[in-house]
Design a protein around this ligand. Structure first.
Ligand code: ZN
Ligand code: ZN
Ligand code: ZN
Length: 775
């Protein structure tokens, strides 16, 4: 039975070890993988599941056992995630055969629900093999790939508790399902053309419609996409008109890596991200002219993803290298349409529908990642392929917490009680913008589903301090006597960063730069330097010098108004040669001349996002913001082609005054300096000023770590520049790798802060904060 290892067989000692493995280890082909590893290394023993763990024992020559353990640790099945793996020596039994033992029944509530995973190479090969019985089958899956989170309806995870329950297995599928050596052993979504779901329309017809410039709604893994040719400006603009989406970039799907290389610069890190099991949308520099400019107007990057479901691959087998727009089928910030009966939500958007009869139980939108300055993946939206996998956060306390997140890019966290000093923070999929009542309905149903799947029912609710947030109102409405802790927005951003890095308790200066967050003083914060020690507390040690949003938050869509306020503060007249003056026009200027000097209808802000918007207006880059962050991303794109022109803020301890930068930009414009150089110069000025202020605050607070958090840090010039200059000055820099730097990651910080407050102070009802601005 033993494979003889020529280097070790003579003297190797026989050993037996027990392995206890937790994480995502069920429903992912873990036991067959263990059996295969045992066979490869000639080991005896057994493997079985119980309540959320896998246990196995390996017996054989010591080097072979070591190799088996190492193989399991380093090459687990693709969908598995090992959180803990303990190895304990046990007594020999003389076993030479390896067995898969029936699962031990028990409480399955601790089982982690796997995310949805892109089609694997084995299934793709079989689907394209005319000799295979699943040739051309649009619902081919195995234990290594396919939908999970979006099809599981109940526990324990088994076929009747998935949306495949309406498709009884045929004999051939059943034989594979029950064979421990088969790749489809206990693959709950197993199907074939004889017993599986069916498409509503032939793939060839859908491909023809797409090729002829039509918009087709396609049911995928987590919902419907709207698809059309990305290389056809007329098709793209038709979709823009129908969606009333004038400028926000669309994601593009291509057949595979080679097709991606034809439309974008794909370096090694981007290639790894694109082909990873989560198959996210990856932001990459665009290349060539195949993809229409209308896909991402005014931007240098494209959001690219590879075909990830069998239906996508079958479509691209017809389309070849033609790139497709694949955008969530919804209107504005509404949730994605995922049920056929809701297709009327997108009435008039698509010319045709390609659907199927495998129900989607919960929706899940595509994830978005960018590659940061260190070649690491930085999530901008953590959803399909990741949700609902928990993030491990250090902490104590038994209470289950819910954190409701923010109002844009909403995602909540359900945080379990601590086990061995760690908590599971289950971050939901991306839900959309809570201003839409359908998003609120989706929020409630997704929470109910996740609470049920994890067996975690919240005793405490954390939310943002903003009195106008729908997520805050929701928390208060459903509290029913449970404590509701309101957490300051930037405090939550900062602690989300510490939590994901397992660095809670490390003194840190958080540079929290974003668009909008409700400040302790009721104004709009967003250019904040916070000192954090105990995660339950923060002090505001620096910020951008305040300016005004004339007309309140409505100014977000009209950055020229903000630019005009900054011009006044910098002592510059509103001369007609300046782009924001021209953009506002005489009538608007008349109103603002009344408003700005007396502050009537003006909301004070320290928002770095709004400063970026104002400078974009000043440089004539963007005067109408139709999607969040538009002016700032267009400014970043312009700056990439420019060089530093030596603009600078006035920095007084922790406070950054932009007046001299505004003066410098206006002088530059009037003396004919290239706009790209002024855009770059502005970025470099932010980097220098932030470095100075953060270092000052770090010295005062005795902190050696600087954290970069908030939506502004999707800006790669800023992230790279700040990391370089802060590292050069001896600081350690943390940036996001697991949750989004934007409000999609907010809930992790809220939950962690609430847990810390509850653990240290019992029933204290509000976070302890202090404000000590430097001037
Ligand atoms: Zn597969
Ligand atoms: Zn079948
Ligand atoms: Zn924020």
């Amino acid at each position: 039975m033993h494979r003889r290892n020529p280097t070790t067989s003579v003297i190797a000692v026989t050993v037996r070890v027990r392995l206890d493995i937790t994480g995502v280890v069920q429903g992912v082909g873990f036991r067959p993988a263990v059996a295969r590893i045992a066979a490869e290394h000639g080991l005896g023993g057994w493997v079985y599941n119980d309540a959320g763990s896998v246990h196995c024992e390996f017996e054989g020559p010591a080097p072979d056992v070591d190799a088996g353990v190492s193989a399991l640790r380093h090459q687990p099945p693709p969908m598995a995630r090992i959180d803990t793996l303990s190895v304990t020596p046990v007594s020999l039994t003389g076993a030479t055969v390896f067995e898969i033992v029936e699962s031990q029944t028990g409480d399955a509530s601790r089982t982690l629900v796997p995310p949805d995973i892109a089609m694997c190479a084995d299934c793709l090969r079989e689907m394209r093999d005319p000799a295979d019985r699943r040739y051309g089958h649009p619902f081919i899956t195995c234990t290594n790939c396919g939908p999970r989170y979006t099809v599981i309806t109940d526990l324990p995870y088994d076929r009747p508790t998935t949306t495949m329950t309406g498709f009884p297995m045929c004999d051939a599928c059943s034989a594979e399902y029950h064979d421990p050596r088969d790749r489809r052993f206990h693959a709950q979504t197993i199907a074939c053309a004889d017993c599986g779901p069916r498409l509503s329309w032939p793939i060839e017809a859908a491909a023809d419609a797409l090729l002829s410039g039509r918009v087709v709604a396609i049911k995928g893994i987590g919902g419907f996409h709207l698809a059309c040719r990305a290389d056809d400006a007329a098709a793209v603009n038709m979709l823009r008109d129908r969606k009333n989406r004038p400028a926000k970039p669309f994601a593009v799907m291509v057949a595979g890596l080679a097709s991606a290389r034809a439309i974008a610069e794909i370096d090694e890190a981007a290639g790894v991200a694109l082909t990873s099991p989560a198959a996210p949308i990856v932001l990459v520099p665009r290349r060539g002219t195949v993809v229409s400019d209308a896909v991402a107007p005014g931007l240098g990057d494209l959001g690219v993803m590879l075909a990830y479901s069998p239906v996508h691959h079958l479509l691209f087998d017809q389309l070849g290298d033609t790139p497709l727009i694949m955008t969530s089928a919804n209107q504005g910030g509404s949730p994605i349409v995922y049920r056929d009966e809701d297709l009327d939500w997108i009435d008039g958007l698509a010319d045709a529908v390609l659907t199927h009869d495998r129900p989607i139980h919960v929706p899940c939108e595509d994830s978005v990642v960018t590659i940061d300055d260190q070649g690491e993946q930085m999530p901008l939206r953590r959803s399909r392929g990741y949700a609902p996998l928990p993030i491990l956060v250090a902490g104590s306390g038994d209470e289950v917490l819910l954190a409701t997140g923010g109002d844009l890019k909403t995602a909540f966290v359900l945080m379990a009680g601590a086990i061995d000093g760690r908590r599971h923070a289950h971050l939901s999929s991306h839900l959309g913008d809570m201003a839409d009542p359908r998003t609120q309905t989706c929020f409630t149903s997704t929470l109910e589903h996740l609470a049920f799947m994890t067996g975690q029912h919240p005793a405490v609710i954390a939310c943002d301090m903003h009195p106008g947030y729908a997520t805050t109102a929701w928390a208060r409405r459903v509290a029913a006597g449970r404590p509701v802790l309101a957490v300051q927005h930037h405090h939550a951003h900062a602690v989300s960063l510490l939590a994901e890095h397992q660095r809670l308790g490390t003194p840190m200066i958080a540079v929290a730069f974003d668009g909008t967050g409700y400040g302790l003083d009721g104004t709009v914060w967003g250019g904040e330097l916070l000192a954090i020690g105990d995660p339950a507390q923060f002090s505001r040690v620096g910020h951008l010098a305040p300016f005004a949003l004339p007309g309140g938050e409505g100014a977000v869509r009209h950055p020229a108004r903000i630019a005009l306020d900054l011009l006044v503060r910098a002592g510059i007249d509103w001369a007609p040669d300046l782009p924001p003056v021209a953009a506002v026009g005489e009538a608007g200027l008349g109103v603002l001349r009344q408003q700005i000097p007396c502050g009537l209808g003006c909301v004070p802000t320290t928002s770095m996002g709004r400063l970026f918007d104002a400078v974009a207006s000043l440089l004539g880059v963007c005067q109408q913001v139709s999607y969040e962050g538009q002016a700032a991303v267009e400014l970043e794109h312009l700056a990439r082609g420019g060089r530093d022109v030596g603009l600078d803020f006035d920095v007084d301890r922790g406070v950054l005054d932009p007046a001299p930068v505004i003066v410098g930009v206006v002088d530059g414009l009037r003396s004919g300096v290239e706009r790209a150089d002024l855009a770059n110069g502005f970025h470099q000025a932010v980097i220098r000023a932030t470095t100075l202020a953060a270092r000052h605050c770090a010295e005062e607070a005795g902190a050696a770590v600087i954290g970069l958090t908030g939506g502004v840090f999707a800006n790669q010039i800023l992230l790279r520049g700040l990391r370089e200059s802060l590292t050069r000055s001896g600081c350690e820099v943390l940036s996001h790798r697991i949750v989004a730097c934007n409000d999609g990651g907010l809930a992790l910080g809220q939950a962690t802060i609430a847990a810390a407050i509850r653990a240290t102070a019992g029933n204290r009802s509000a976070p302890c904060v202090s404000e000590s601005p430097a001037k």
